[in-house]
Unconditional design. Structure first.
Length: 193
């Protein structure tokens, strides 16, 4: 009988320790603070994390007549004349380390197309953001590279539709964000709050 109690006690202790080591399965709401590329500019931008399951990618062959890629509330609209021949556009919505869109295009010879003579319209939905957004009317489209904001694009936020739209003339990584408190301490790269 004593041996059964000791075995039961050991089993309960093991189960308790295992549960304690695993920790909670939910993730706290966090945001990413990205500094500006220019060291003379103060502050940075709050980028959003997402509750989406993972990255999603759509491709489309678009020619000189124009076309679009639309999914998950986001869109890339290529106007007529932006390319002179059939071009394969790839629109990848990513979730880590912040939500955003990675855009690329290749011509039929496999050559990368990164700039366009006419602006393309990019819309990114932030409906799946798990970041608390203090003022959605201040959301802007940002050009980000390696966790650093290179440029803030003239943007049109749609607060009701939870998306932001901007014109782009080159392909890179773009993300919605809001200007952070200029007194926030910034380090090289981005940091999770």
């Amino acid at each position: 009988m004593a041996r059964q109690r000791i075995s039961l006690f050991a089993l309960l202790a093991f189960v308790g320790l295992t549960a304690a080591c695993e920790g909670p399965t939910t993730t706290a709401t966090r945001s990413v603070l990205a500094p500006r590329a220019s060291t003379s500019a103060s502050g940075g931008y709050m980028l959003f994390t997402s509750d989406a399951a993972g990255d999603q990618t759509k491709t489309a062959l678009i020619d000189e007549h124009g076309g679009s890629i639309r999914f998950q509330g986001s869109a890339l609209i290529v106007p007529a004349g932006a390319v002179s021949a059939p071009t394969r556009f790839t629109f990848r919505l990513h979730t880590q380390p912040y939500m955003g869109a990675d855009l690329s295009a290749v011509d039929l010879n496999g050559e990368a197309v990164v700039t366009f003579p006419l602006p393309l319209t990019l819309t990114i939905s932030y409906a799946r953001a798990r970041t608390q957004i203090p003022d959605p009317s201040k959301i802007v489209m940002l050009w980000v590279e390696n966790g650093v904001v290179l440029d803030q694009l003239p943007s049109t936020p749609d607060v009701q539709g939870k998306k932001v739209t901007a014109q782009v003339t080159h392909f890179s990584d773009y993300t919605p964000g809001v200007p952070a408190d200029p007194d926030s301490p910034l380090q090289s790269g981005f940091q999770i709050w």
